[in-house]
Design a protein around this ligand. Structure first.
Ligand SMILES: Cc1ncc(COP(=O)(O)O)c(C=O)c1O
Length: 356
């Protein structure tokens, strides 16, 4: 049941641009992308310097450099294109989805290019800039402020609101990123395949933050399909119910879950690391200063997990940094916010040596 919500409506979307190149665009060099979705994927990989030497070589896949700012650009485009191909979604149709922020931005970007209407359901943990980005690209944003009365969970309340919107518009399409097989498939064919190709199958481990578990499943699927030894480590928020976790208050958006999604059923990562909010925040702030890299909260969590592992030099490990830090400047990177919510500014533990 929806207790309180605010509705921001968007003006009617202009007619979609023609799919075929016009005479003018046809004469451009091949490297010029024909639409923004062509720029999704092939994210760069960076060696991190700010970890303890005991952690070995840690590289980061910078998914925040996708055009919409997160790895959800991949899954959003894949799900909408697949639904248009299958006919589940009609051309010019209405898409309804629940999002913690990034998926909504990815959907808004893809919906703009594909000429679709979009309504995103968010909760107060969604960064303000993500809501602004969704609206700027033409989406309608519905904000759910009260948790579900049965579970006490905000995600459950968002899903209730999605159901209400679908009931009101029977022709609407719900990508349902929590169960859609296109979600892991996009990460298998994209995120993990790119990493595996780059390292010729020699990665020792990959650390993946989890919510829908689409990234985790996709990485695991690709590694199994190619018969690699790479371990897939799930990085979950302390207080998330994934992988048998116990529900507790969580501060940071993006990763962790209050409801076990369908995709998580049967997921069997090689390890699970639960990271406290204060450790994720400490690592975000640390890496910003050692590496000049502003990453999102879940990036702090995966780096915290990789940093605590003791390793001989038996191959590099990768962390997938799901988004970038701009949306977290008012929270994770803001001293007053951190003082207010965590009591003090947290610092990373142990002796750290910047690696050159
Ligand atoms: C910033 C961030 N990190 C991690 C995740 C978790 O990824 P997945 O949904 O593939 O489990 C998300 C998902 O929304 C996210 O937005």
């Amino acid at each position: 049941m929806l207790h309180a919500h605010a509705l921001f409506s968007a003006p009617a979307r202009p007619r979609a641009l023609p799919e075929r190149p016009t005479e003018e665009t046809a004469s451009l060099p091949g490297a010029v992308a024909s639409d923004v979705l062509d720029l999704v994927g092939d994210s760069p990989v960076l060696r991190l310097r700010g970890l303890p030497t005991s952690a070995g070589t840690v590289v980061a896949k910078l998914e925040g450099l996708n055009p919409g700012g997160s790895m959800k650009d991949r899954t959003a485009a894949a799900m909408l294109r697949s639904a248009l191909r299958s006919g589940e979604l009609a051309p010019g149709g209405h898409v309804v989805e629940s999002t913690s922020g990034n998926f909504g931005v990815g959907l808004a970007q893809a919906a703009a290019v594909l000429g679709l209407q979009l309504t995103c359901v968010v909760d107060p943990r969604c960064p303000r800039t993500s809501i602004q980005a969704m609206r700027a690209m033409g989406a309608t944003v519905e904000l759910v402020t009260e948790p579900d009365p049965v579970t006490g969970d905000l995600l459950a309340a968002r899903l209730n609101a999605v159901q209400r919107l679908l009931d009101a518009d029977p022709g609407a399409y719900w990508p349902n990123q929590y169960a859609n097989p296109e979600n892991p498939a996009a990460h298998a064919a994209g995120t993990m395949a790119e990493l595996d190709d780059l390292f010729g199958g020699q990665l020792r481990a990959v650390y993946v933050a989890t919510s829908t578990t689409g990234t985790l499943r996709g990485c695991a699927d690709l590694i199994a399909a190619r018969g690699r030894r790479t371990q897939v480590i799930a990085v979950d928020a302390l207080g998330s119910v994934l992988f048998g976790g116990t529900r507790a208050t969580r501060l940071l958006p993006g990763y962790g879950a209050g409801v076990v999604p369908k995709l998580a059923e049967g997921a069997a990562p090689d390890g699970v690391v639960r990271v406290a909010d204060c450790d994720a925040v400490a690592w975000c702030r640390h890496i910003a200063r050692t590496d000049g890299l502003l990453m999102g909260a879940s990036g702090g969590a995966v780096v915290a997990a990789a940093a605590q592992a003791q390793r001989d030099d038996d191959g590099p490990v990768a962390v997938i940094l799901a988004d970038r830090g701009a949306a977290y400047l008012d929270t994770v990177y803001d001293d007053d916010w951190v003082h207010e919510h965590l009591g003090a500014i947290p610092h990373v533990a142990g002796e750290l040596v910047a690696q050159s």
